[in-house]
Design a protein. Structure first.
Length: 464
């Protein structure tokens, strides 16, 4: 009696010219190959296609499509909801696509779809240049960019998508295309915030800025001072110069260097700073917040290479922790919301659990909400609530704290959320996050992916 061959066996037979690696459940390296950053995600794909070339990507897309297999695309694997993997389908793993080409004269960088931001930052910093990215250097370029790209340089240089000049994609039909201001302009509009809904991006071309050294680091106060600190921060930050980025955070001080031993494991509130300019200018820009407030427990702000601030949290948040996220865009932070933040900040359930409030203003406000798919240009902050712990036994505790915190504050939100910081929360939530850009996105989706091949994402359903 014959037995049906597995997708992995079929791929090895049919994709003879595949230059990367095809891994199935029977392979010795399967369990390692299927891991993603969030250890709460435990999916078992039928095939993992580690693509060495754009042609490999096209072959893997066609293979999955022709067999009606679920298809997920993984760059850095950081997606909190685990949308870079799937059960019983095909995972396109872009990690071998690592080419980075810096053109210091044109002030651009071309980046392979499998690069991490740390790799890009290191290459551009050699030339005294940078492009906006996130806050953890192990994050993949692809996922962060396609969702928008909030980070340390947002106020000065905009979102990652505001610096995306062009992208090369593999479409659902296997065709390879370029999207830019001159080619496939509708697709170019859609991928700037529309996530992985429209194709697999195999390379990005970014604009670079003169950023070599920044002045950055955390200022921490006791968590008991949260009401006072957050009240001052909400008034200060929007009027600060664009060169100054500072996100508000709740955290627990890690028990090791560079933090002084007397504050190890102390719950704190504070601001993580990044200033593009001199130390003197940075001090002057921060002073209107720092001077009226009580003396902090720690003010660890110093000049450093841009890649150093990008990698500042890497050791605290390595791959393999359990993560549960929720997020919201925020226009205003009224007193009632300040009090809710202070209460939940004091109740962080584990050492790694955190809340970050990323500024969305300055250069991020320059484009109109309809200029890119990323709709919430008028929001002032993107808040994220993240329950985090290495121990699976604490999953219920971190999930409960995150959901309770989110639900208590959601009435004060702007409606939608930054798609890179959402879990799998349903179609209504996706619609809210694109607002009145959603219908246009759905029409573009129908043109480039009418069968919704790319649906393992914060999904935009194609217009019927």
């Amino acid at each position: 009696m014959s037995t049906a061959i597995t997708p992995a066996e079929a791929a090895r037979q049919e994709l003879s010219s595949f230059q990367g690696q095809l891994t199935g459940p029977d392979d010795a390296d399967y369990d390692e190959a299927r891991k993603v950053y969030n250890a709460m995600i435990d999916k078992r794909p039928a095939l993992i296609a580690r693509c060495a070339t754009p042609d490999d990507v096209a072959k893997a897309v066609s293979f999955a499509r022709d067999r009606d297999l679920l298809l997920a695309v993984r760059g850095g694997g950081h997606n909190g909801a685990g949308l870079g993997t799937c059960d019983e389908g095909v995972v396109i793993d872009l990690s071998p696509l690592k080419d980075i080409e810096v053109d210091p004269q044109a002030r651009t960088v071309r980046v392979g779809g499998g690069c991490t931001w740390g790799e890009v930052d290191a290459a551009t910093n050699e030339h005294g240049l940078a492009t906006p990215s996130g806050i953890i250097s192990t994050t993949g370029v692809g996922g962060l960019t396609l969702g928008g790209g909030l980070g340390h340089l947002t106020r000065k240089c905009g979102l990652a998508i505001d610096n995306l000049l062009e992208a090369e994609l593999v479409l659902a039909n296997g065709e390879r295309v370029r999207a830019s201001a001159d080619e496939n302009t509708d697709l170019y509009w859609a991928i700037r915030g529309g996530g992985g809904n429209f194709g697999v991006v195999t390379s990005f071309l970014f604009q670079l800025h003169d950023v070599e050294t920044v002045v950055g680091g955390p200022t921490f106060w006791p968590v008991e001072a949260a009401t006072e600190v957050l009240s001052a921060y909400r008034e200060f930050l929007p009027s600060a110069p664009r060169e100054l980025n500072g996100f508000f955070a709740f955290a627990t001080v890690p028990p090791g260097p560079p933090f002084p031993e007397e504050i190890h494991l102390r719950k704190v509130c504070g601001v993580v700073w990044c200033y593009v300019g001199t130390e003197e200018e940075a001090a002057k820009a921060m002073a209107p917040l720092l001077e009226p407030l009580p003396e902090p427990l720690l003010h660890a702000v110093a000049p450093m290479p841009h890649p150093a601030i990008q990698g500042m949290f890497d050791e605290v948040y390595p791959p393999g922790d359990q993560w549960y996220w929720r997020a919201d865009f925020v226009d205003e932070i009224p007193d009632e919301a300040v009090e809710i933040h202070a209460r939940f900040g004091a109740e962080m359930p584990t050492m790694k659990s955190t809340m970050h409030m990323y500024p969305i203003d300055g250069a991020a406000h320059d484009p109109d909400p309809s200029d890119t798919a990323w709709r919430y240009r008028n929001a002032r902050w993107g808040s994220v609530f993240a329950g985090v712990d290495p121990d699976p036994a604490n999953v219920d505790a971190i999930r409960k704290w995150t959901v309770d915190y989110f639900e208590a504050l959601h009435p004060y939100s702007a409606g939608g959320a930054y798609v890179n910081m959402m879990m799998d929360e349903g179609q209504e939530r996706v619609r809210a996050s694109y607002g009145d850009n959603y219908d246009r996105l759905a029409e573009i989706k129908a043109k480039y992916d009418p069968d919704n091949v790319f649906r393992v994402n914060q999904n935009i359903e194609p217009t019927a």
